[in-house]
Design a binder for this molecule. Structure first.
Ligand code: PEP
Length: 251
């Protein structure tokens, strides 16, 4: 059985005080970690404080991106070694906003995924089609190609540990959610692709999240789907009360 994973992506929101208040509130009301993995992916600036606030609780902290190199002359970047050193556990890789505004590609996402595993971080690899690609019937091909390139050079053991977030670009931050059936269909395509690249066991283990305007009102329907193992959530992860409701639905 795959354990559900609900991850909040705060993007470039919150002050340090707000981040701390959120962690203090959420950590006391978390559902059991045996039932759901609860992750907050925060701006790099707040990671240390959040790791400290989360302490020994089951609230896990993730970064929103990282550089693929362990160190070097890369002004403004954060390395996997630095994240690991802080106690960060997860890292989002290849989010569509990184692809759109910061020139990230399937190839750079793959280098980062490989590096994240090398340095003991758990990557959440984002894939998803644009509205144009969906309208022209290309969703399956686009997502399969993103997955194949994204997992290149990963062993079957690593692929089984990977979290893949299926996030149709047209559903992110727009209030439009894919129907649970459509989301499940694409998550199923992703699982099949992993099976064809590795084997049935790996495909059965990899956790696939849906992301795109997930909120307390629609998460249950999504979580009831066969191939959806959790959610990557932007807007609705910003308030503690709403994040806790998402966790309850995931547990
Ligand atoms: C995201 O940031 O990955 C996301 C899915 O955002 P939202 O939930 O706001 O659509």
């Amino acid at each position: 059985m795959r354990k559900p994973i609900i991850a909040g992506n705060w993007k470039m929101y919150k002050t340090a005080a707000e981040a701390k208040a959120f962690a203090e509130e959420v950590k006391t009301a978390l559902p059991s970690a045996e039932k759901v993995d609860a992750v907050i992916c925060a701006p790099a600036l707040f990671l240390q404080n959040l790791v400290e606030s989360a302490g020994n609780t089951d609230l896990k902290i993730g970064a929103q991106t990282m550089h693929e190199e362990k160190e070097g002359a890369f002004t403004g970047e954060v390395s996997p070694v630095q994240l690991k050193d802080l106690g960060v556990e997860y890292v989002i890789i290849g989010h569509s906003e990184r692809r759109q505004y910061f020139n990230e590609t399937d190839e750079s996402a793959n280098r980062k995924v490989v590096s994240a595993f090398e340095h003991g971080l758990k990557p959440i690899l984002c894939v998803g089609e644009s509205l144009e690609q969906r309208d022209s019937g290309d969703t399956g091909n686009v997502v399969e190609a993103q997955v194949e390139k994204g997992v290149a050079r990963l062993s079957a053991e690593q692929a089984a540990e990977l979290v893949i977030a299926y996030e149709p670009i047209w559903a992110i931050g727009t209030g439009k959610t894919a129907t649970a059936e459509d989301a499940n269909e694409v998550c199923g395509i992703i699982r099949k692709k992993i099976e064809s690249l590795y084997n049935e066991e790996t495909a059965g283990a990899v956790r696939i999240q849906y992301g795109g305007s997930v909120k307390p009102a629609n998460i249950e329907e999504l979580m009831n789907m066969e191939h959806i193992d959790g959610a990557l959530v932007g807007g609705a992860s910003l308030e503690a009360e709403s994040f806790l409701k998402l966790l309850e639905a995931g547990a």
